[in-house]
Write a protein that binds this ligand. Structure first.
Ligand code: SF4
Length: 300
């Protein structure tokens, strides 16, 4: 259905939000009140969507997330099916809190463990959860001992922008290969924390300068919206792309192609879980009608 409507033939990665539930309630979380919602993929639905994306759109990688994917009881089966039956590259994006036992179980089928952190020590814990910083680092060490490559993500905000470099150094000491920096979008819980928003975009310029001159061995990937020009809210419709890098399925089955549209309910397509196929539900405010641009990531 996506191909018929948009001309898109290949979608490299499926971001599969298995459930909304999470053991955290971070101040910046884009899910907001949906963290309390019970919607989730069943194991059969998750398997069917991965199979559909692989078969119809040549999807070669899946990133399992939530909510918190390690709270999802069928995580080992999803991971095993993605790797063994479909041959996908399998990544998990987690808060890393007390995951060691389950991580050991899925280690043979996992290609990358990505842990979210918002700064060093107390800064992280104030935004995420008390004890989460140490929890994340011990999960990272455990993954390294199991031979699983690790990375981290950080959502840059007014409280942690000065900790990007210190965190990058800590992460490289713990063996992480990559730190991915995201722009904070004022949706979900972040909409209730305006103090986190960066209003002086010159701060992004200073951050980029620091990253450019820092002697880091860890790869740092930056959301291009972290720029002095600020976020690009809309653009002219791009010429029809045959291939896009990603699509994200939320636990209800709503699909989003642009990171800029995540959390904004701008869905043009849904995965109909009962029917087992993708349907087009256009509206005047969907991401195609609004021409929401994709997020561009680049090396710092
Ligand atoms: S940001 Fe991640 S860890 Fe934090 S509440 Fe949201 S889903 Fe949970």
């Amino acid at each position: 259905m996506i191909a018929e409507v948009t001309g898109i033939r290949t979608i490299r990665m499926l971001y599969l939000q298995l459930l909304y539930r999470c053991n955290f309630a971070c101040q910046h979380c884009f899910h907001g009140e949906r963290l309390q919602h019970a919607d989730a993929f069943t194991l059969d639905e998750a398997v069917s969507l991965m199979r559909l994306m692989h078969k119809d759109y040549g999807t070669e990688a899946v990133n399992l997330l939530g909510g918190e994917p390690f709270v999802y009881k069928d995580l080992p089966e999803v991971v095993r099916y993605a790797k063994q039956e479909l041959g996908l590259q399998v990544e998990i994006c987690t808060n890393g809190y007390r995951i060691e036992r389950r991580l050991t179980e899925i280690a043979p089928h996992l290609d990358l463990l990505r842990i979210s952190l918002e700064g060093n020590g107390a800064t992280n814990d104030a935004i995420r959860k008390f004890g989460s910083y140490q929890g994340a680092l011990s999960a990272m060490d455990h993954a390294r001992d199991l031979g699983i490559p690790t990375g981290a993500t950080m959502t840059v905000n007014a409280r942690n922008i000065d900790e990007v470099l210190p965190l990058a150094r800590t992460l490289q000491d713990h063996g992480a290969r990559q730190l991915k920096l995201h722009h904070l979008r004022p949706v979900g819980n972040a909409a209730h924390h305006p103090e986190l928003l960066i209003t002086d975009t010159a701060a992004y310029g200073r951050l980029r300068e620091q990253l450019g001159t820092a002697d880091l061995t860890i790869e740092v990937i930056v959301d291009e919206d972290l720029s002095e020009e600020g976020t690009l809210e809309a653009c002219a419709p791009a010429p029809q792309a045959l291939s896009i890098p990603r699509i994200e399925a939320d636990p209800r089955g709503a699909l989003t192609m642009s990171c800029n549209a995540v959390g904004k309910d701008a869905h043009a397509f849904w995965y109909d879980k009962e029917a087992g196929h993708i349907v087009h539900r256009p509206s005047a405010t969907d991401e195609i009608a609004l021409a929401v641009p994709g997020v561009v990531y680049a090396r710092a």
